[in-house]
Design a protein around this ligand. Structure first.
Ligand code: SF4
Length: 237
């Protein structure tokens, strides 16, 4: 059962993908992500969410964006009423509103809003993915779930050959990037605005997550957020 969805939805996996595949190989990874059931707690949570919100996507969410991207954004996990609702990363909630606005202001998105999967939005030089692909209770995937999901991130990154800059939205995204490269976390401390030179010549750039909790409390202001993305634009220009 797909997150408590119907057999018809199960049967049409390809048709059920939330976006046109950005490339055949990324599309194959996306298909496996959407059908993944590795984490019992999250599978049960999505099944419950689907019963409560029958119109929501309520499946794992694959990455989204330009397969030739130099900028790769790594978030935490789908928000219950955002990506878990629409089936597209950072689409449909307050976090996404901030992210797509800043992407538009820095030239990585033609539009400042991402409304729904299938709306034709095509990111430019930017790909968005996450450490975990299922919406977790209280926005907190546990260690086992992050470990179980990391191979998908590793695969996606390997299929983005032009990636130069990995922008982590929050510490969990930062750690996930380092773990895909088997790098010691202690050597690369997360700090908002920090830039870490990685052994393969790429750069890991840290930013507080644009969660409502961070933006409402002022931990992350718009100017702080914009500054990080302006720095990202400069690094890939
Ligand atoms: S979090 Fe990742 S590994 Fe776990 S069930 Fe969802 S897609 Fe699969």
């Amino acid at each position: 059962m797909v997150g408590g969805s119907t057999g018809a939805a199960e049967a049409g996996l390809t048709a059920a993908l939330p976006e046109g595949a950005p490339s055949p190989r990324l599309g194959a990874v996306a298909g496996r992500i959407v059908s993944c059931r590795r984490c019992p707690r999250l599978v049960a949570y999505l099944a419950t969410a689907h019963r409560r919100f029958p119109g929501f996507w309520c499946r794992p969410v694959p990455g989204f964006g330009d397969p030739n991207a130099r900028l790769v954004i790594v978030g935490l996990a789908p928000g219950l009423r955002g990506a878990n609702r629409t089936g597209r990363m950072f689409t449909g909630d307050a976090s996404g509103a901030w992210l797509f606005r800043v992407l538009a202001e820095t030239g990585f998105s033609p539009r400042a809003r991402s409304e729904a999967a299938g709306d034709g939005l095509a990111l430019a030089d930017c790909y968005i993915t996450a450490a975990a692909r299922c919406a977790p209770p209280a926005n907190k995937p546990n260690r086992e779930e992050l470990d179980a999901c990391r191979p998908f991130l590793t695969e996606e990154l390997g299929l983005l050959p032009r990636r130069r800059l990995l922008l982590a939205l929050g510490r969990i995204g930062h750690d996930a990037v380092l773990k895909t490269m088997n790098l010691p976390l202690a050597r690369y401390a997360f700090a908002h605005g920090a830039r870490h030179a990685l052994p393969d010549g790429r750069v890991l750039l840290d930013c507080y997550h644009c969660s409502r909790q961070n933006t409402n409390t002022g931990r992350l202001t718009w100017s702080m957020f914009l500054e990080v993305f302006r720095g990202a634009r400069a690094l890939v220009s």
